[in-house]
Structures are given as structure tokens and as C-alpha cells.
Write a protein that binds this ligand. Structure first.
Ligand code: NAG
Ligand code: NAG
Ligand code: NAG
Ligand code: NAG
Ligand code: NAG
Length: 562
């Protein structure tokens, strides 16, 4: 094992990443097996902090031409925790963060050491794929707190070849540090390429150990692109009225200096993404030249989204809003329709089951997600909900010392549980914060999440409010959303996919719409409510209020029996 430093991240991506990949391909070719009998190859590209909502995918023509137009765009794809390490661990294990308990980027609640402590180094996607006969390769950032100090204690399992970016230099665009391990590969492979663009640049040691996150640093040849581009001025961009709850509601409106900086930050992200765009182009070219493209699935996504200025927020993620939880997902490969767009609700915890499905491996019972219908022949269970969870600080990015004294603070108590729900005739986001504030947005009328519908005084029965959801009063709708969230926040395996059957095992309730039936009003009215006893920085069960919902064992006659 040898540490080496590349002159720049994007050079490293173009150099090291491609050469690992090229070695993998060359060995594959040298084996010269007939492709017809081999399972498909899988190439997974995971960018870092790439948004869907801020339109970043409009600036990557190669990715559009090579993957999106040749495959399917899953436009309702969500992460379940909007922070790198928890989101990646969920992706790699197929579990919600409450089932990994890797909820942060650093110990004690997260990071690579926590991933190892929880036993996942023996039990995650590359290990399972190797067991199924795949050769597995990785290049780029794997997890946070995977460092120049701890990379060998223990080494990451499951990869035949790897080239990891290590902390504290992971996001140091001009001093990225890779750690390489190369073995000779053969036959089918699974390769992950995980560049850090367009994540912020992190200077590890400035300000005496407090890292500063500056705008990403593009390749010199991309530095002058998009000079006239600004953050899309959607309704929720730096709005006149505050929005959201908790610390977000208290943010001041940004002045022109801050808005200008945010636009610069946005352009820097798009410029940094150009390196990824070129990388993807060359990856696909190599597959093509090697005659392997036809037997390879290519999955393109990001670990979480990003906001810049929406709800007056400085650059960052960690929130539950659309900007943070929606990420691009393009998949191309054998049997996948070209140029199609899918509306199915999909999440990052569905990706491991999807890769299993593609590889022809039977799903694991500890998967909290379900395979995404990548080809029309697929008919597995679907879901209309996304369970969004977050513990700890709201993190602010950007070098605000350039604007004002002292930069911007971190925001504690950014702990919340949410459910994002997209069904026929409804499009909702419901969240409960650790200080027991609530949010409810009807995205069909309020796509930018500016009008919190959650009533100041919550009734248990029907309320006076004129706002209705699917013809039911807000409080009736909320009783269902809350019960759903109560199940989802501690679901495991199949209960994460079929939460209504936990609540109403005997009834044919499959969706929020079904559950809204007035026959169930008293059942849902009696449910314990999702709440917190205090705000904690991690998944501390004692702080997290009721865990178990009432269950309707007797179908419609529940009230009679109780
Ligand atoms: C660059 O990274 C190396 C480790 O790869 C480290 O030893 C060195 O101090 C870093 N340089 C700077 C300027 O941070
Ligand atoms: C990849 O690693 C697996 C697990 O250690 C091993 O069985 C397989 O032979 C390796 N493949 C190659 C090409 O070395
Ligand atoms: C703009 O806002 C920043 C951050 O609040 C502040 O530090 C700075 O002084 C303001 N600039 C002007 C010109 O008002
Ligand atoms: C955060 O939550 C803790 C525990 O609930 C509370 O004591 C503290 O005052 C809160 N801090 C802020 C800044 O709201
Ligand atoms: C999650 O990990 C933290 C830190 O080790 C621990 O305090 C907490 O009890 C764990 N939560 C659960 C539900 O096991």
C-alpha cells in the first residue's frame, strides 16, 4: 500500500481513476471470455453533492449523450439522508440510516470507523458482489473519516482493486491524496468511480484545524465557462418572507454581496463538473473501444443534493428540502429503454437491490429498499414514499470569511425525520423536528416548499382549515402521515417497503390514499405521535419518543375491539 498525492483532483480523476479502470478493462479483455455467458458488468458513477433541482445536469452534455439519452432518467430519485457518509453507507448496504446507525461524517456517530464498528466492512455491496463472482473496483471518495491514519486499520474489504481518496485531503482539489491497491482482474466487473466534484473544496488546516469549505476548483481550461450563469431564481431563492422551521426560519435575507458569492459558488460547481463530464465520456469510450459497452450497465448518480440560496440558506446540504434530497439517476444498459423518463419513486436504498437484480442475485432480507424497475420486464413491489432522516448539525459551506467577519456558524439541532410522498393526486413532504416543530408542504400547489401547512394548533379531529388533502381535512391527513412516519422511522426490511401493512395488516391499505378512508379516522386519531424528547446529535433511541404504532389487528372493526 502506498500513499501518493496527485497534483490536482481532476488530474487525479483523469489520471488515476481512468488508469485503474483501464487496468480492469485490459485484464478483462485479456481473459477473452465469451460475453454471452457472463453476467453484465456494472459501472457506478457517484458524484458528490450534485443537485438535480439546481439544474446541474443541464451542463454536462457528455453525460446526457452517453448515459441519459441512452437509458432512463429516474426523475423522482431521492436520497434518504442528505449527507455524504450516511447516504453512502445506506447506498452500499441497502439500509436506512436508522438501521446502519451511521448518521454522521465523523465518529462517534459516523464516518469510516463507525462503518467498520458496525460490521459493515464484512457486509456491504462489494463483498456481496464478490461472493456472487464479480470482480470489484473502486476509485475516488468512499467515506468520510477514511483517512491517511486509519486506511489500514482495517483496509476496506470487498474490492479487488481500489484507489481511495483519503481525508483530510479528500476534498483538497489541489492536494488530493489517493491510496491504491491493485490486483489483476478478470471476467465481469463492478466498477465505481466516485470523483469528489462538485463538492466544496476543503482546506484541511487553515484556521487552526477548522476546515474551511471554499467553492470547488475547476480545471484551468474550465475556469472561465458559464460567466453569465447564476443560481436559478426560483420562488424559494432568497425569498422576501422567511420559510421553513427552526433555524432555517431565522436566517436573514441575503444581501447582494452574499448573493454574488453564491452565484460564484454555483458557477464553480458547474465548472468543476466539466471534469466529471469529460471523465464519463472517456469511460464510455473505453468501454466502447473494448467492445464491452453492450454488456455493461452504467449508473450515474450523486450522494446527496445541494442548495444555494433557497430558503435563504447558504451553500450546503443536510436539509430535507427538494434541492437536498433529489439527485440525478441515469441508468443505461442491456434492456433499458433509450431516452426514457421514469416517474417511479426511487431512493438510494433501492440501488443495492437494483444492482443485485441486474447481477441476477437474490435480494437480501435486510434490504430496506426494493429493486428499481430498470427494464420493463421488472415487476417487483414499488413504494410511493421516501424516508428522510437526519441527525446533528446543519452544515454551512462556502468561505464566508471573504464576506463578513468570522464566517457563518454551524447550526445545531438539525435533527429531523420526514416522509416525502408522491402518489396519484398527492405530492407531500411532512417532517417532525427534534424540537417538535413540524412541516407540511403540498408540493402540487407549493413546489418550492414555502408555505408550511402544519397548523399552529393541531386538532385530533376535523379542523376548520380550508386546506384539504384529497378531500380530507389537514388534521385527518396529518394523522395518516404521522403514523406512516412512525412506522418508517424504525422500519426494517420489508416494513420499509410496505409500511401500511404494519399499521393495518388485515386491510387492503397500500397507500396514503387508501389510508385516508374515513372508516380509519378513529384508528389514526388514536396513534401515538412522532415526537422527540430532546435534540441529540446521533441516533439515541431514548431521545426519539414513541417507537411503535398501534396496529389494527381486526381490520375495520378496530374501534369496536379496543
Ligand atoms: C498534501 O498532502 C500530503 C499528504 O498526501 C501532506 O503530507 C501535505 O502536508 C499536504 N500539503 C498541504 C499543503 O496541505
Ligand atoms: C477478486 O476478489 C475475490 C475475493 O477475494 C476473489 O475471489 C477473486 O478471485 C478476485 N478476482 C481476481 C481477478 O483476482
Ligand atoms: C452582507 O451580509 C454579510 C453576511 O451577513 C455581512 O457580513 C456583510 O457585511 C453584508 N454586506 C453588506 C454590504 O451589507
Ligand atoms: C438544542 O437542543 C438541546 C437539547 O434539546 C437544547 O438544550 C439546546 O438549547 C438547543 N440549542 C439550540 C441552539 O436551539
Ligand atoms: C447509535 O450509535 C451511537 C454512538 O455509538 C449510540 O450512542 C446509539 O445508542 C446508537 N443508537 C442505536 C439505536 O443503537
Amino acid at each position: 500500500m502506498k500513499l501518493f498525492t496527485a497534483a490536482s483532483l481532476l488530474v487525479a480523476v483523469e489520471g488515476a481513476a481512468i488508469s485503474s479502470f483501464q487496468n480492469a478493462l485490459q485484464s478483462v479483455l485479456s481473459v477473452g471470455q465469451s460475453r454471452s455467458n457472463t453476467p453484465p458488468n456494472i459501472l457506478l458513477v457517484i458524484t458528490d453533492d450534485q443537485d438535480l433541482e439546481l439544474d446541474s445536469v443541464a451542463y454536462t452534455p457528455h453525460i446526457t449523450r452517453r448515459i441519459r439519452d441512452k437509458g432512463t432518467f429516474f426523475r423522482n430519485h431521492f436520497v434518504t439522508t442528505a449527507l455524504c457518509c450516511p447516504s453512502r453507507v445506506s447506498l452500499w448496504t441497502g439500509r436506512q440510516a436508522h438501521n446502519t446507525n451511521v448518521t454522521d461524517v465523523h465518529p462517534p456517530y459516523g464516518g469510516y470507523p463507525k462503518f467498520v464498528d458496525r460490521g459493515f466492512n464484512e457486509n456491504f455491496l462489494p463483498v456481496w458482489l464478490q461472493e456472487a463472482g464479480y470482480n470489484t473496483y473502486y476509485t475516488g471518495k468512499l467515506f468520510n473519516a477514511h483517512t491517511v491514519e486509519n486506511y489500514h486499520s482495517p483496509h476496506v474489504n470487498g474490492f479487488n482493486g481500489s484507489d481511495f481518496l483519503l481525508d483530510p485531503y479528500t476534498y483538497s482539489y489541489l492536494n488530493s491524496t489517493y491510496q491504491r491497491n491493485q490486483d489483476p482482474p478478470r471476467t465481469t466487473f463492478f466498477v465505481t468511480v466516485a470523483p469528489v466534484a462538485p463538492h466544496s473544496n476543503v482546506e484541511p488546516d487553515v484556521l487552526g484545524n477548522v476546515p474551511i469549505m471554499t467553492a470547488p476548483i475547476p480545471l484551468a481550461r474550465h475556469r472561465h465557462l458559464f460567466e453569465d450563469v447564476t443560481v436559478p431564481r426560483t420562488e424559494n431563492f432568497n425569498p422576501d418572507e422567511p420559510s421553513g422551521v427552526s433555524w432555517i426560519r431565522n436566517l436573514p435575507q441575503q444581501n447582494q454581496t452574499v448573493v454574488d458569492y453564491n452565484d460564484h459558488f454555483y458557477r464553480s460547481r458547474l465548472r468543476a463538473l466539466q471534469g466529471v463530464d469529460e471523465l464519463v465520456d472517456s469511460l464510455v469510450s473505453r468501454l466502447e473501444e473494448s467492445d464491452m459497452l453492450d454488456n455493461t450497465y452504467i449508473i450515474y448518480t450523486s450522494d446527496n443534493g445541494f442548495h444555494i440560496g433557497q430558503h435563504r440558506l447558504p451553500p450546503g446540504k443536510t436539509c430535507g428540502y427538494e434541492e437536498d434530497i433529489r439527485v440525478p439517476l441515469f441508468i443505461r444498459g442491456p434492456g433499458i429503454p433509450e431516452g426514457s423518463v421514469q416517474d417511479a419513486v426511487t431512493t438510494h436504498i433501492d440501488l443495492a437491490p437494483t444492482i443485485f437484480d441486474i447481477a441476477g442475485i437474490a435480494p437480501r432480507s435486510d434490504f430496506d429498499g426494493t429493486a428499481i424497475p430498470v427494464t420493463s420486464s421488472f415487476s417487483g413491489p414499488r413504494h410511493e414514499h421516501v424516508t428522510v432522516e437526519y441527525w446533528g448539525r446543519g452544515v454551512v459551506e462556502g468561505d464566508f470569511s471573504a464576506i463578513g467577519p468570522g464566517g457563518l456558524p454551524l447550526f445545531p439541532n438539525n435533527t429531523y425525520k420526514s416522509v416525502r410522498l408522491l402518489g396519484e393526486g398527492y405530492n407531500l413532504y411532512y417532517s417532525v423536528w427534534c424540537n417538535n416543530e413540524h412541516e407540511l408542504y403540498d408540493l402540487s400547489t407549493d413546489p418550492y416548499q414555502l408555505h408550511n401547512l402544519y397548523p399552529t394548533h393541531m386538532h385530533r379531529g376535523d379542523d376548520e382549515s380550508e386546506t384539504q388533502i384529497l378531500g380530507r381535512s389537514l388534521s385527518r391527513a396529518i394523522s395518516r402521515l404521522d403514523a406512516l412516519l412512525l412506522v418508517l422511522k424504525s422500519c426494517q426490511g420489508v416494513t420499509c417497503i410496505r409500511p401500511w401493512s404494519v399499521l393495518q395488516p388485515q386491510d387492503s391499505v397500500r397507500s396514503f390514499r387508501d389510508a385516508l378512508d374515513e372508516d380509519f379516522d378513529s384508528f389514526y386519531g388514536e396513534q401515538p405521535r412522532v415526537s422527540f424528547d430532546w435534540c441529540d446529535a446521533g441516533y439515541v433511541l431514548e431521545a426519539e419518543g414513541p417507537q411503535v404504532p398501534l396496529t389494527s389487528r381486526y381490520g375495520l372493526s378496530w374501534d369496536v375491539w379496543v
